[in-house]
Design a protein around this ligand. Sequence first.
Ligand code: N2P
Length: 387
Amino acid sequence: MQRKHLIALIAILIIAAMALAACGGQATEAPKPTEAPKAQPTEAPKAEPTEAPKEGGVKPADEIVVYNWSDYVHPDMYKMFTERTGIKISEDNFSSNEDLLAKLQGGATGYSVIVPSDYTVAIMIEEGMLEELNHDNIPNLKNLDPEFTKLYYDPGNKYCVPYLWGTTGIGYNTELLENPPQSWEGVFKAKESDPWYGRMTLLDDVREVFSAALIYLGYDNNTKDEAQLQEAKQLLIDAKKGVAGYDTDNYEDLVGTGENLLAHGWNGDFLQAADEYGNIDYYIPEEGGTIWIDNMCIPKGVTPEEKLAAEMYINFVLDPEVGKMLGEYNYYATPNKESLAIADPDYKSNPLVFPPPEIREKLRFIKPLGEFESVYQRMWDEVKSAQ
Ligand code: N2P
C-alpha cells in the first residue's frame, strides 16, 4: 500500500511540474526580480534588448542629450526609444570633430552620447575624455560586423560603438551641371569660365579640406611634412576666389536649390538631399577622397544614471531594425551585420553607400597626429583668414 501511495504522489508531482513549466512560458507571468522584463506579446521581439538592465540599483536617467552631427538620425528614432524605455532624448549638433573636441575640452557638460569620428575617438581616449562602456548593458554589440570590433582606435569597442560610416567627395546639381570636374583640380583650380566658379562650397572642416588638397597634390593626407602642408595651404588660399564659402551643415541644400552647383561633402548628406530635390549626384574624384567611421561614445563626467541611459540608447541603435532604418534613411553605411542582413537590396547594392573595391582603394582615413594637429589648425586659420 505504501509503495502505491508513493507512486501516485510521484505521478502527481510530475504532472504538477509539467503544468508549471507550461505556465512559465506565457508572457503573462510577472518577471522575476533578477530577470530582465519580458517583451509583451503585442510587441515585436526587437523591443526586448532595449529594456532597462538592472545594475546595482542604478535607474536610467529620465532624459539624455545626444551631441551629434546634423541630419544624422532617422526622424522617428528618438520617439521610438522613448516609447520603448520611457527615456526622453534631445539633440544638440556640432559641425566638425574639432568643434566637438573644443566644446568638451572647454568643459561642456550635459551630453550623454557623443558621435566623434575614428581619429577623434583616438584623441579622446588618449586624453581620458571617454567613459568605458559596460558591455553587459549593450547585448546588441553581438550584431556588429566583426570588422568593426577590431578598429585601430578602439579595439574590442572598449569606449565606443560604430554608428555609421561613409565617404567624403563631391556632390553636384545634375540639372544645372552636366559635366562636373572629375579631378579635384576643377575645385582647387577652378577657372572663371567654369560654371561652378563661385558656386561651390568646401566643408568647414580642417582635416577634411586639407585631406582633399593633399590627395590632389599626391601627398599623404596625414602628412607631417610642413613643406607639403604649406603647398596645400597655398593651394587652398588660391582656391578661395572660386569658393562661395565653407559649410558643413547646409551645403547639400544649397546644391539642391541650385544656389550652388557643387560641394565638397559627405555621401549620405547628398543622397538624402537627392531624395528631397531629385537633382543631386555624388562621386569620388579620380585622385580619391576620405573614408570615416563615426562612433557613439559616452563622455567622462556623466552620472551613473545618464551612463546607463546612454548605454541603453547605444544598445537601441544596435537593434537590427533600428540600424536598418537609420542607414537606409541616411544613406550612410551601417556597421551592423544583422541590419545589413535584413536591409533593402537597393541600399546594400548602392555603390555610393558601399563603395566598390576600385573606389575603396582610393579612399583614405584621417589619422590622429598628436601635437602636429596644431600645425594643421594654424594653417587652416591662415586659409580661413586669407583675403
Ligand atoms: C551627417 C554628417 C556626416 C558625418 N550630416 C561626417 N563624419
